[in-house]
Design a protein around this ligand. Structure first.
Ligand code: SAH
Ligand code: SF4
Ligand code: F3S
Length: 464
């Protein structure tokens, strides 16, 4: 590190879009001398990239700020300065409050303004005590201003293609923190994917709060749906696997469903949140579909891709949820079967959302009990799927070294971690592996060799 290099520490909370944003913040700051560091203690700048989706997420930010305070003081005693920024969805929702409650914070900015970070830093550095609050939804699109990504971390990565949400589910803060739905152009996405592949990427996960609402405008002036984008990305040489998250059941169009059957690079794993199995709750949540609609959709998807492993999100204890409503959720889970596990959350009243104002809020005890019941069922479904794997041969993309010497870890098409003993040179390759054992959420296996040479089958095929 040269003496001009400044240390940047970013802590990321929340969803994968925040992970992507944090990387892009680092890209914005690299040209002005900031280098990412894993160590907060003597950083020149600390960014907390925050999440507002449930209560605890925001509380964590304030306690983290409490821990940073003494580090800032120590840095100041040494004649330096540690700039502290709060970014992301808490910043967008509670910017003013953060400024008032935590005077140590120099900058507050939302998910749509971080391309302006260099100006914000200049402003905050001019005089101690000058604070920056930048939480407007700008007219310009940050993607038009962000520099090209500076590096790719490993063989898998995220690429944001769509942002924001116009759906206004009654429990959710996202439409307020991320703003209106907007799609990037197909060309800028394809270009970014090409650069990522050139830097070593093999698998991309396309991101959006409603990623399948994607409707980017192509160079021909036509709107592209996600199905068309996936097909175009499948043509990028060297991009071997494509995933996308998070999708909304209402935006699952026929072309995208067909793509699941037709595009080999599109992995047979789908996160398709449903939240509840009760039509009454779905309506109160403003999800705008019924449980039956969801069943029909799952049938269509499985028709297109029979081995599709499904995952989902559930909320238990939504205001007014009765035992019968909850039983309907359990019924839905039993009927659909979530091989890839699913996330379940206790409803958390978020300030400013319609559901928070409803009087019929449930007790924590009821929420806890329902959460436990649902999680047990989901856990059992996932375990059964994992236990069905031994004896099967599946392609595994190896991502990194495992914890044990000589061990490698990769992912199955269904996103399960797979461990094998093998040489490091296999990192970045897709190898056919026979699964020998399941332990917890992990699979263990061995590469399938063809003939006597130490050459995995898939490589042989590629060379043939
Ligand atoms: N756009 C996605 C969800 C994004 S938020 C969709 O529509 O499905 C991720 C998940 O957080 C949601 O699916 C929901 O299960 C959960 N969530 C959002 N708001 C919540 C709240 N107020 N309380 C509890 N869980 C919540
Ligand atoms: Fe939130 Fe998803 Fe509903 Fe949008 S569609 S409001 S992101 S839960
Ligand atoms: Fe959280 Fe914002 Fe993502 S609220 S879940 S970081 S969009």
């Amino acid at each position: 590190m040269t003496s001009n290099t400044k240390k940047l520490f970013i802590k990321t909370y929340g969803c994968q879009m925040n992970v992507y944003d944090s990387q892009r913040m680092a890209d914005v700051l690299a040209p002005i001398g900031y280098e990412v560091s894993q160590d907060m203690d003597d950083a020149d700048m600390v960014i907390l990239n925050t999440c507002h989706i449930r209560e605890k997420a925001a509380e964590k930010v304030y306690s983290e700020l409490g821990r940073i305070r003494p580090l800032q003081d120590r840095k100041a005693e040494g004649g330096g300065r540690m700039l502290v920024a709060v970014a992301g969805c808490v910043a967008q929702a509670e910017g003013e409050e953060i400024m008032a409650r935590a005077p140590q914070v120099d900058m507050v900015f939302g998910p749509q303004t971080y391309h302006r970070l260099p100006e914000m830093i200049a402003q905050a550095s001019r005089a101690a005590g000058e604070k920056v609050l930048d939480t407007d939804f700008p007219v310009e699109d940050k993607f038009d201003f962000l520099p090209e990504e500076t590096k790719v971390d490993g063989v898998t990565g995220f690429l944001t293609i769509q942002e924001g949400c116009d759906k206004f589910c009654t429990f959710c803060v996202v439409p307020y923190t991320r703003g209106a739905e907007a799609s990037r152009s197909p060309q800028s996405i394809i270009d970014e994917a090409r650069r990522m592949v050139a830097a070593g990427l093999r698998e991309v996960t396309l991101l959006g709060q409603n990623v399948n609402a994607y409707h980017g405008e192509g160079a021909d002036g036509k709107e592209w749906g996600l199905g068309r984008l996936v097909r175009a990305l499948a043509d990028v040489d060297g991009l071997e696997r494509i995933r996308y998250t998070t999708s909304h059941p209402r935006d699952m169009d026929d072309d995208l469903i067909r793509a699941h059957g037709e595009v080999p690079q599109l992995m047979p794993y789908l996160h398709l949140p449903v939240q509840s199995g009760s039509d009454r709750m779905l309506e109160a949540m403003n999800r705008k579909h019924t449980a039956d609609d969801y069943f029909r959709l799952v049938d269509k998807l499985r028709e297109a891709r029979p081995d599709l492993a499904l995952s989902s999100d559930f909320i238990v204890g939504f205001p007014g949820e009765t035992d019968q409503d909850f039983a309907d959720t359990i019924k839905l889970v039993q009927k659909v079967g979530y091989d890839a596990g699913a996330f379940s959350f206790k409803y958390s009243a978020r300030p400013g959302t319609p559901a928070a104002a409803v009087e019929d809020q449930l007790s924590e005890a009821v929420k806890d009990e329902r959460l436990k019941g649902l999680q047990q069922l989901l856990e059992a479904q996932q375990a059964a799927f994992n236990q069905s794997m031994p004896g099967k041969t599946i392609p595994v993309l190896f991502e990194k070294k495992g914890r044990m010497p000589g061990q490698l870890v990769g992912r199955s098409p269904y996103l399960q971690p797979v461990h094998i003993d093998g040489p490091d040179r296999l990192i970045g390759s897709i190898i056919e592996c026979r699964i020998t054992e399941t332990k917890g959420h992990s699979l263990f296996g061995e590469p399938v060799m063809a003939g006597s040479e130490d050459e995995p089958l898939e490589r042989k095929r590629a060379l043939a």
